[in-house]
Design a protein around this ligand. Structure first.
Ligand SMILES: Nc1ncnc2c1ncn2[C@@H]1O[C@H](COP(=O)(O)OP(=O)(O)O)[C@@H](O)[C@H]1O
Ligand SMILES: [Mg+2]
Length: 181
């Protein structure tokens, strides 16, 4: 798929991934109104990353009762046996989050995408907060797609720490919009 006017975002995402490959992981929180092109941008980016990069993809659904840790369950097939076992056994969050962190800290570099985070359950939000503060030592670049939610942005800012954590909002631009409507 060809994307219009998204070169700057793609360049920044590639930059984050290169840093992750050097052991300096980071998180990009992508927001923007529904239909503006967040998922498309992520799909195009995931298709451009080097073959050596492991891509983990999970998403949240608009369920009345959201699946606890749904995105992590989605991506767990590609993760360590420890993560899969702890999920199966409904182990404590401390153990599980730590296993996820150590999985992400190992090569190859990982691109972790969580789509539609505005529908995330509380446990997923906790995992995001936990990881965002610790990715400085992980070979991971996490990208989290969200609609435009100021309430969520507040905690995104609160998760800032030594690890790189950026918040970007995609806005409708004349060229891309003309193809959207
Ligand atoms: N930059 C772009 N250039 C052209 N078409 C786009 C662009 N971004 C999104 N689209 C189109 O807009 C539609 C909605 O995009 P999507 O990525 O699903 O939005 P979001 O995830 O923000 O809700 C898709 O059909 C996609 O093909
Ligand atoms: Mg989307």
């Amino acid at each position: 798929m060809e994307l219009l006017e998204r070169e700057t975002y793609l360049a920044e995402m590639h930059g984050l991934l290169r840093q992750a490959d050097r052991g300096l992981g980071g998180t990009l929180f992508l927001s923007g109104e529904a239909g503006v092109g967040k998922s498309s941008l992520l799909r195009v980016f995931a298709g451009q990353v080097p073959d050596a990069v492991r891509v983990l993809w999970g998403g949240c659904d608009p369920l009345t009762t959201p699946r606890p840790l749904g995105p992590l369950i989605d991506m767990s097939e590609q993760m360590s046996t420890a993560v899969r076992r702890l999920l199966r056994e409904s182990a404590s969050r401390t153990e599980l989050f730590d296993a996820v962190r150590s999985d992400l800290a190992k090569p190859p570099p990982t691109l972790m995408v969580i789509e539609d985070a505005h529908w995330a359950d509380e446990a997923t939000l906790d995992l995001l907060r936990y990881l965002a503060r610790r990715l400085a030592t992980a070979c991971t670049s996490g990208i989290c797609e969200n609609a435009s939610w100021p309430r969520r942005s507040t905690w995104v800012r609160n998760t800032r720490s030594r690890s790189k954590c950026v918040l970007r909002t995609i806005r409708r631009t004349p060229m891309a919009s003309s193809t959207l409507w």
